[in-house]
Design a protein around this ligand. Structure first.
Ligand code: C5P
Length: 233
C-alpha cells in the first residue's frame, strides 16, 4: 500500500544518460533546497560491484537478484563533496565510478527482478522535507507522481569529456576514445532494454546541457520549482 505521508513529500526527479550532469546538478539542487538526495545509479553500481566480489556470473539472474536484496549500501555525506559509498561496509567510492562498474550496473539493471529488488529501497529515500532523485527511471517508474521532473541530455562527445575529467581527477586511468565508445554502448543498452528503458517521462522538462555551465543548469532546474513560501503544487 502507498504510504500517504511519503507521497506528500515533494520529489524532483532528474533523469538522463551517463555524463549528462545529473549527479552534479542533483547534488547541488538538493543542497540548495535542503532536500535529501538519491543517487540511484550508485545502488545499481554497488550491486554490480558486490556481484563481482562474489564472482557471480552476470547472466545468473537469480544469484544477482539475491545479491541485490543482500547488498548493503550506505551513503556517508562529505560536506560539499560527492558522498562516500559503503558497499557491505567497504568504502567503494572510487571503484564505483569506473566505467567497468558502470557497465556491470547497466548489465544487471536490465534484469527486471533486480530492478524490483531495488524499488522499495529507492522509494524509502522519500523523506521530509523533500527528495531530489537522480537516475534513469526516477520520473517514469520509481516516482511517477513526482511534481517536478527533469530530463538532462548533452552531446555524447561532451558527456565523454566530462566523464574523462571526473575520472582523471580521481586518478582513474582512461582514454577519451574508449570512454566515448563505452558511453555510447551503455546508452544504447539502457535505452533499448525492455524494462524501464532510458527515456524522459511525458511530463518531464528536457534540458540540453551541452555547453552550459553547471550554475546555469542549476538555476534552470530551481526555476521549475515554486518559490519558497508559495503554496505546494
Ligand atoms: O547513473 P549511473 O551512470 O551511475 O548508472 C549506472 C547504470 O545503472 C546505468 O547505465 C543504468 O544502466 C543503471 N541505472 C538504471 N536505473 C537507474 C539508475 C542507474 O538502470 N535509476
Amino acid at each position: 500500500m502507498t504510504d500517504p505521508v511519503a507521497t506528500a513529500v515533494p520529489v524532483l526527479t532528474i533523469d538522463g544518460p551517463s555524463g549528462s550532469g545529473k549527479g552534479t546538478i542533483s547534488r547541488l539542487v538538493a543542497s540548495r533546497l535542503g532536500w535529501h538526495y538519491l543517487d540511484s545509479g550508485a545502488l545499481y553500481r554497488a550491486v554490480g560491484i558486490a556481484a563481482g566480489w562474489a564472482d557471480l556470473d552476470l547472466s545468473d539472474a537469480s544469484a544477482l537478484v539475491r545479491c541485490a536484496f543482500d547488498t548493503e549500501v550506505s551513503f556517508v555525506d562529505e560536506a560539499g563533496e560527492e558522498p562516500h559509498v559503503l558497499v557491505n561496509g567497504v568504502d567503494a567510492t572510487t571503484d564505483l565510478r569506473t566505467e567497468t562498474a558502470g557497465a556491470a550496473a547497466s548489465a544487471i539493471a536490465a534484469i527486471p527482478e533486480v530492478r524490483s529488488a531495488l524499488r522499495d529501497r529507492q522509494r524509502a529515500f522519500r523523506q521530509p522535507p523533500g527528495l531530489v532523485a537522480d537516475g534513469r527511471d526516477m520520473g517514469t517508474i520509481i516516482f511517477p507522481d513526482a511534481a517536478h521532473k527533469v530530463f538532462l541530455t548533452a552531446s555524447a562527445e561532451e558527456r565523454a569529456e566530462r566523464r574523462y575529467k571526473q575520472l582523471k581527477e580521481k586518478g582513474v586511468s582512461v582514454t577519451l576514445d574508449g570512454l566515448l565508445r563505452e558511453i555510447l554502448a551503455r546508452d544504447a543498452r539502457d535505452a533499448s532494454r525492455a524494462v524501464a528503458p532510458l527515456r524522459p517521462a511525458p511530463d518531464a522538462v528536457c534540458i540540453d546541457t551541452t555547453g552550459l555551465p553547471i550554475d546555469t543548469v542549476v538555476e534552470r532546474v530551481l526555476a521549475l520549482l515554486p518559490a519558497p513560501g508559495a503554496p505546494p503544487v
